[in-house]
Each structure stands twice: as C-alpha cells, then as structure tokens.
Design a protein. Sequence first.
Length: 62
Amino acid sequence: NFRVVIKMMEKSFTLLQTVATAGVFSAVACWYGFMFGRESARKELGSIIEDLRRGKSTSKEA
C-alpha cells in the first residue's frame, strides 16, 4: 500500500514538473513577444513621426 502512494507521488511530481516547465516557457515566450512587439511598434511609430515632421502624408490609401 505504501508503494502505491510513493508511485502516485512520483507521477504527480512529474506532472507538477511538466506544468511548471510549461509555465516558465510560456512566461518567457510572452515576455520576448511583448518586447519584440514593443520594439516593432516603436520603430513604426518613429518612422510615422519622422514623416509627419517632414510634411509627408502617412495615410495609406489603396
């Protein structure tokens, strides 16, 4: 009976490790995505601001 409890604890610990690893990976991926998106937006807004300073039109007409 005690061996069954130990086996269940090992399985649950492995599951806990898997969930924790997935959580850390997800957090890191979200952080990098946020930073990349912020940098991309900064560059795009920077070019729009420069165009406006030079008097160019920024409206995108199709």
